[in-house]
Design a binder for this molecule. Structure first.
Ligand code: AP5
Length: 223
């Protein structure tokens, strides 16, 4: 398989985690979702988790230097040498510049950025109904993607919970942060000719289909 170095970009709740999980099953590359990595660090009570928690609870971004180090370590580890899927990173222009520079040092480059977009109203609806599994972070929605048994993960049987930062007032703040700090990356990657936009308002299977088609084309081009 060709090396594919992919980024999933988009506002909170646009479906990056849902699609990232499916893409990982297809491609079997390491999948690095910075929100999941940080939540695991908070749960384990590590130094990174302690530093990140207050930012996450408020819906603010954690400082660039914390998150850049986390991704740099993974890229340097060798486990992502044949490709990777990044979800939720980069989220600021300095993070994007740090990623470019790390990849250049490693003699590598991004293959594509997949922007999954959805409007603010849809996002508030989605996040208010989201449920996440305690064990591995599998994602459900009470209406759009319900588990077979109420409150229980289909995959590992663990209990489902509502994320603290899915409270309506925190969701609004996360959206403000997205528009102010992350949306400029759309132009950043457009200028590099890397941006591919997918309409995240479609149903999840249709979004997956479009991403699969795009990834097949990229594989052929890279292969
Ligand atoms: P993170 O966990 O990355 O949150 P996010 O980007 O806000 O994204 P979400 O996980 O909320 O949404 P998603 O796009 O993955 O949507 P999902 O698939 O779950 O980050 C959390 C926090 O960590 C940040 O606020 C920040 O503090 C910190 N952080 C993380 N990375 C950072 C970084 N790089 N720099 C600084 N700080 C960082 O879907 C949402 C819901 O919709 C689900 O219920 C799902 O079932 C449903 N759904 C999905 N697709 C569809 C569809 N097509 N139609 C209908 N429903 C759908």
């Amino acid at each position: 398989m060709a090396e594919l170095n992919l980024i999933l970009l988009g506002p909170p709740g646009s479906g990056k985690g849902t699609q990232g999980e499916r893409l990982q099953e297809d491609l079997e590359f390491p999948y690095y979702a910075t929100g999941d990595i940080l939540r695991a660090a908070v749960k384990e009570g590590t130094e990174v988790g302690k530093a990140a928690k207050e930012y996450m609870d408020r819906g603010d971004l954690v400082p660039d230097e914390v998150i850049i180090g986390i991704i740099a370590d993974r890229l340097e580890s060798g486990e992502a040498d044949h490709g990777f899927i990044l979800d939720g990173f980069p989220r600021t222009v300095p993070q994007a510049e740090a990623l470019d520079s790390k990849l250049t040092d490693l003699g590598r480059a991004l293959t594509a950025v997949i922007l999954i977009d959805a409007d603010d109203e849809e996002i508030v609806r989605r996040l208010s109904g989201r449920r996440v599994c305690q064990e591995k972070g599998h994602v459900y929605h009470v209406e759009f993607n319900p588990p077979a048994e109420d409150g229980v993960c289909d995959v590992d049987g663990s209990e489902l919970y509502t994320r603290d930062d899915d409270k309506p007032e925190v969701v609004r703040h996360r959206l403000e942060q997205y528009h102010e700090k992350t949306a400029p990356l759309v132009d950043y990657y457009k200028k590099q000719g890397l941006l591919n936009q997918v309409d995240g308002a479609d149903d999840p299977d249709r979004v997956s289909e479009k991403i699969r088609t795009l990834v097949s084309t990229l594989s052929l081009e890279e292969g």
